[in-house]
Write a protein that binds this ligand. Structure first.
Ligand code: PMV
Length: 329
């Protein structure tokens, strides 16, 4: 018997970084799947395989890596072991051994929520193999509390988006609000292919905030104002207004030092090709940018992003979040 969970990825439309200090962020799930399959094993070890990375390894319950193969296997596999070990303890099943197989279409370290998707799918699949039905809030809480132990100050926006799916407004400590839309904005996602660490970028913004809290607070209030207007623009399908708000949000992200020449190159290419607006998405410093476009301009905007050296990520709106079920063969 196997349990399988599939999670979407995510893009942040507004409010990244400022969300860590209590602002609202708007984010959207995208249909780039991360699939986690779980089988019960005899014994108490946890075997982890990542199909795409070509790595596998076996961990003892105390976290000792007993064997592994593939390049950088431990770095890639340990976070998955930590999630699984945490979930086993949470469900009171730490006497069990597991085999975990992960396959993902989400590029790692590019701001599309790959680690949140893996964590949320792993928690959901482990719950399912033990016949536990978790609410979305419980899945989110498990993935978020682990992320807090591992990364210090995450806002939880990534975990919330891939758990709930759709378009959400996220604010730490508030109920998640799902934006019901007749048509989600038409987005192009461009990857700079420059990998970076979200933790380092969050640290950079924290230092800037501590050095000049007055300036930071003014930028944060402006980011909140933009997010509020963006909620209305999304609900009313006003993509022109949404694009202008995205451009303004990009300027704030440049002022807090998380943009990069690679991102600005793709953002400018998109704007010059007729995008209604464009900005970085996620932690910044590299990773991905998004552009909001009229449907009729999407091919042209994509072509310009590619000509500027970017890779187009083929993700579109995902209405549902993580889902899990048993496979009986
Ligand atoms: O992990 P990323 O690059 O998708 O960024 C997450 C968004 C941040 O606001 C930068 C961090 C956070 O915890 O909200």
């Amino acid at each position: 018997m196997k349990a399988k969970a599939i999670s979407p990825a995510k893009v942040i439309l507004f409010g990244e970084h400022f969300v860590v200090d209590g602002n609202s962020a708007i984010s959207m799930a995208i249909d780039l799947p991360t699939t986690v399959i779980i089988e019960l094993l005899n014994g108490r070890n946890i075997e982890v395989q990542s199909h795409d990375l070509g790595v596998n390894g076996t961990f003892s319950p105390s976290g000792e890596l007993l064997q592994c193969s593939g390049e950088n296997a431990e770095t890639s596999l340990r976070p998955i072991f930590e999630v699984a070990n945490f979930a086993l303890r949470k469900f009171g099943r730490d006497e069990c051994g597991l085999k975990i197989m992960v396959a993902s279409k989400v590029p790692i370290g590019m701001g599309l929520g790959s680690s949140a998707a893996t964590a949320v799918a792993t928690v959901s699949a482990i719950a399912t193999i033990f016949d536990r039905t978790l609410t979305k809030d419980e899945i989110f809480d498990a993935a978020y509390s682990l992320e807090r132990i591992v990364h210090g100050h995450p806002s939880g926006v990534d975990q919330a988006t891939v758990t709930h799916g759709g378009l959400i407004v996220y604010k730490i400590g508030s109920a998640i609000s799902n934006l019901q839309v007749t048509a989600p904005p038409s987005l192009i996602i461009g990857n700079t292919l420059k990998r970076r660490s979200t933790g380092d970028l969050v640290g950079r913004v924290r230092r800037l905030r501590d050095e000049d809290p007055g300036r930071y607070n003014r930028l944060a209030s402006e980011a909140q104002r933009l997010a509020n207007h963006a909620v209305d623009a999304i609900r009313e399908c006003k993509d022109g207004a949404l694009g202008a708000l995205m451009n303004a949000n990009q300027s704030l992200l440049e002022l807090v030092g998380v943009s990069s020449p690679e991102l600005e190159n793709l953002i400018n290419a998109a704007r010059n090709a007729g995008a209604l607006g464009a900005k970085l998405t996620g932690g910044g410093g590299g990773g991905c940018m998004i552009a909001v476009v009229r449907e009729s301009d999407s091919i042209e905007v994509s072509r310009h992003i590619e000509e500027a050296g970017g890779q187009i990520i083929p993700g579109t709106f995902a209405a549902t979040g993580v889902r899990a079920y048993m496979e009986r063969n």
